[in-house]
Design a protein around this ligand. Sequence first.
Ligand code: GLU
Length: 428
Amino acid sequence: MTTTPPAAESEATDEPDSALTTARRQLERAAAHVDVDPGVVERLKYPTRVEQVSVPLEREDGSVEVFTGYRAQHDDVRGPYKGGLRYHPDVNAEECTGLSMWMTWKCAVMDLPFGGGKGGVAVDPKGLTDDETERLTRRFAEELRDAVGPTKDVPAPDMGTDAQTMAWFMDAYSMQQGETIPGVVTGKPPVIGGSYGREEAPGRSTAIAAREAVSYYDRDLSETTVAVQGFGSVGANAARLLEDWGATVVAVSDVNGAIYDPDGLETHAVPTHEEEPEAVLAHDAPETLSNEEVLELDVDVLIPAAVGNVITADNADAIRADIVVEGANGPTTFAADAILEERDVPVIPDILANAGGVTVSYFEWLQDINRRQWSLERVNEELEDHMLDAWNDVRAEVDDQGLTWRDAAYVVALSRIAEAKATRGLWP
Ligand code: GLU
């Protein structure tokens, strides 16, 4: 496996917080609370494999540039590897591996018949034209062709990729295989086998998790203030749903900063990243804040829904929210988690809160296999049911063992994975 330096965000905090380091520490910590064979825990610290590929791209000026792509496949004891593909300059083997571990737990906590995978290309997608993105995606799909497939490994959108990226990936794969195979990726546009509701799903599940957490701590959504960092598909959909359900969303941000209105923003009027990139600050609001300030607002619920490693040992003491709900993957470092636990600030973890994305990906995969499309109403109803089942499983561990929400979610996931591993056995 290739090792590359940790992501830039973690360097600022002086913490060894690559996604892989964090994921391994979280696993070890949670394993202490489950009666699980230490051999299973040892196996789960390592991915099955990490593919590294070179992706040559002809640029618009005729020159050729070679980008590096990855696909980390962590564990498939419960079903095909599943997880997103990101296009971001910080993508590297170590980050993909850590993120693929989180996908293993996420799928297990939701009781989906999938394992964990994650991949991507180390590229800044903002620096590519649409045609270049299409060529890069098609060539990446070809380089990964042997590694993926509807029963092997099923990619999906993640940071810097979207439904169109998945359409190009599916088309390239299908052309080479000689038949249309929609189930090779999820998160496609509905017209080619995508699921209604998939795009909103991670935001919807984040909102459901926030709603359930507010009720668990005996509060009323109509008296709840919310701050959301990130206004892409996760943050925007979570903010809008929570507003629809009666909460007061006082701040939302994008990479340039936040808008703040203590009386509540009209979040449907603020353009999402997909509707108009980086336009949050252009929306009229009484105050603007920096991205750091939005994390430290005195609100009931804080939803970090942008990038990883934003709540660190440096700012965990300054977090004034009563509840943190992780919309992004890995927004809280291991050290920050300990500080928040000490301060009795509950953190609803990413592997539960934003799991609506992969859950509706599962619905999409079922629809593709059955060649039968579900209505949006059915998708949202089944998502609600799956989220409440997972919420109740995790809540039971919180109540019975007095665990943090993250440890409880890991315990639920680990128990399911360990049972599958024990039942299948180690071969040879
Ligand atoms: N990239 C999303 C995640 O981190 C979705 C993965 C999927 O749908 O496979 O959960």
